[in-house]
Design a protein around this ligand. Structure first.
Ligand code: RIB
Ligand code: CA
Length: 313
């Protein structure tokens, strides 16, 4: 069997992160060395509990979970309770039965693994704010330059934002951190918010397939209860826009990518209505070299098939 590609997954484990994490744990081509949690949807401690629950629910191997940065660099923690519930997992009482948080700081553990790795051996996948990544880059640049690439769920892609007309939540909740990451100079792929909506939405038939597939598929839908209710009010139907699963699928199953191009991207940290927006320089106005691959569209059938295959649905 081919050697498994090594991953570190950085997460603010809300309910869509949970689905993405379960998908990654159950793809045998990859080895998750650890999870590091960050404040975003919920605080990093709650995110760690939600990650531990998800590892138990996924029923495979059990990488350590380390808590990272508990506050954004500068802006206040806002969170996303309206989307994921107060506990981040739909407020339906999902708690780990057995697993505990590992000793040690998530940022330091990430850096330690990179220090001991070969150049490019480890990829980092981020599902939340970029606070941990930015702190690691500022304090340990040599180690962070050893990363193969960073694939993030983040930015509005080539579309509109989901917390403002221009800003997507993971960037908006810590735009200063995102600016550091985009300017650092390692290979980046940003899977935009636009990659998980429209035809990529999970519709009623997709949700029923997951629910009927067994306890894992069912809990992955149940924990997204709050988002489902929000979407029913917004779209008038049961549907789930799964941003982190879209990023995970783009990272682990690139065959499902439809549109992805390299652009110069700049993070807006100005203190106004465009804070947290990421300017994607599609027509090269800046004259600057591309610093990020922006994935703005997936092939819906392949994306959904990857979710079903990894979750056993
Ligand atoms: O904008 C969507 C992103 O913000 C997802 O990662 C979701 O979990 C929240 O972190
Ligand atoms: Ca997330």
């Amino acid at each position: 069997m081919e050697e498994r590609k090594k991953l570190i997954i950085d997460t603010d484990c809300g309910s869509d992160d949970a689905m993405a994490i379960a998908m990654a744990l159950r793809d045998p081509r990859y080895e998750i060395l650890c999870f590091t949690t960050v404040t975003g949807n919920v605080d990093a401690r709650q995110a760690a509990q939600n990650t531990l629950f998800t590892i138990e629910a996924a029923g495979t191997y059990e990488p350590p979970v380390y808590i990272g940065c508990e506050t954004p660099l500068l802006v206040p923690f806002v969170g996303a309770a309206e989307t994921h519930g107060d506990d981040g997992m739909g407020d339906i009482g999902l708690v780990p039965k057995r697993l505990k948080v590992a000793e040690g700081n998530g940022v330091l553990k990430m850096v330690e693994l990179l220090r001991d790795s070969e150049q490019g051996e480890i990829d980092i996948i981020t599902l939340g704010t970029l606070t941990n990544i930015a702190v690691a880059m500022r304090l340990f640049p040599d180690e962070m330059r050893k990363v193969g690439r960073i694939v993030m769920m983040g930015t509005a892609g080539l579309g509109t934002g989901n917390v403002s007309p221009v800003a997507e939540f993971n960037i908006w909740q810590d735009a200063e951190a995102a600016k550091i990451v985009f300017e650092f100079g390692v290979p980046l792929m940003a899977v935009g918010w636009d990659a998980c909506i429209d035809e990529a939405m999970l519709e009623r038939k997709d949700l029923d397939r997951l629910i009927q597939s067994g306890p894992l598929g069912k809990v992955m839908v149940d924990c997204n209860r709050v988002l489902m209710e929000m979407n029913y009010d917004r779209f008038g139907r049961d549907c789930l826009d799964m941003a982190d699963p879209a990023a995970m699928a783009a990272a682990l199953y690139p065959e499902c990518i439809d549109d992805c191009d390299d652009y110069y991207c700049e993070v807006d940290t100005s203190k106004g209505p465009s804070y947290g927006g990421v300017l994607v320089d599609r027509y090269h106005f800046s004259g600057k070299p591309a610093n990020c691959a922006v994935c703005s569209k997936l092939k819906p059938e392949l994306f959904k098939e990857y979710i079903f295959r990894t979750l056993g649905a």
